[in-house]
Design a protein around this ligand. Structure first.
Ligand code: T3D
Length: 268
């Protein structure tokens, strides 16, 4: 997890019940190289395994969230041509799956510009907050690539086909306030208050019924391909599982006793 000898490319902070992950290559606007990808994959795998981690906050150090792929660190094949396929296969596609399939909520605090894969990584998170000064840029067309990291799947679902299409074909920046107005992100905060708001939100999620939230994430992702009939069956299956979990009993008990619930997050 180091940049050169000293500087970790990913800061991993364990908080009470949650993990804060900070992309930390600020001189490159937190552009992704292999080392950062490996560190982030490792931290997300650790978060998935650890019952004591019940939510994750992803953010960036410095003035940017992430400028996407480090264009100075694209690997080359033996004949010297860019090996883009290997980067997407080994890193970006697994990262998006990790974020979507993590059985705990992932909050993204977009502290500054999010470009290329950086924007689409943010859009793959569960709840996205952004600093008022932040921008989202589908920068791919500017370098003659197609949007990746799931952007062609997530962005039209978030903002509609026409807006996604124009953003991707033109590569124009989408300011944070417009992103909020279009439903691409949850909320904009003033730059100075973004991190406190993101930390408070993540801390709150870490006290909630984690298993139910994990199944909610899964159900939402399945809804994009399921028919209504199939989705009703899935909701039934997940609702039965949640009903048998201790947090449901605790939630109902807390409601009747007029007190906040004390959820364990466990499935059993
Ligand atoms: O292998 C593959 O390529 C496949 C995977 C693709 C996924 C992708 O993400 S493709 C898209 C890659 N990203 C971009 O094309 C964005 C490139 N960056 C920009 O367009 C601009 O930097 C921003 C609009 C994001 C921000 O502009 P600005 O003016 O605020 O900052 P800047 O001066 O351009 O950047 C600051 C420094 O970061 C600068 O370094 P310097 O001159 O101070 O030494 C710049 O070179 C560096 N930087 C920014 N983005 C990247 C980067 N270095 C490497 N890779 C970057 N993507």
């Amino acid at each position: 997890m180091s940049e050169g000898v000293m500087e970790p490319v990913l800061l991993v902070e364990r908080r009470e019940g949650w993990l804060k992950l900070t992309l930390n290559r600020p001189k490159r606007l937190n552009a992704f190289n292999d080392e950062l990808h490996r560190a982030l994959a490792g931290a997300l795998d650790q978060a998935a395994e650890d019952d004591g981690v019940r939510a994750v906050l992803l953010t960036g150090a410095g003035r940017g969230f992430s400028a996407g792929q480090d264009l100075a660190a694209v690997p080359v094949t033996s004949d010297g041509s860019p090996d883009i396929g290997s980067v997407v296969t080994r890193f970006y596609n697994p990262l998006i799956r990790r974020l979507r399939e993590l059985p705990k909520p992932v909050v993204c605090a977009v502290n500054g510009v999010a470009a290329g894969a950086g924007a689409n990584i943010a859009f793959a998170c569960d709840i996205v907050l952004a600093a008022r000064s932040a921008q989202f840029i589908q920068a791919f067309s500017k370098i003659a690539l197609v949007p990746d990291s799931g952007g062609t799947w997530t962005l039209p679902r978030l903002v509609g086909d026409q807006r996604a299409r124009a953003l991707m074909l033109l590569g124009e920046p989408l300011p944070a306030e417009q992103a909020e107005a279009w439903g691409a992100i949850w909320k904009v905060h003033d730059d100075e208050t973004l991190m406190a708001a993101a930390e408070a939100l993540t801390a709150h999620l870490a006290t909630q019924a984690t298993h139910a939230l994990a199944l909610t994430k899964r159900a939402l992702d399945r809804s994009s391909t399921n028919t209504l009939a199939a989705q009703l069956d899935l909701e039934l299956e997940y609702q039965v599982a949640c009903g048998a979990a201790p947090d449901y009993a605790e939630g109902v008990k807390a409601f009747t006793e007029k007190r906040p619930p004390r959820f364990t997050g466990r499935a059993r």
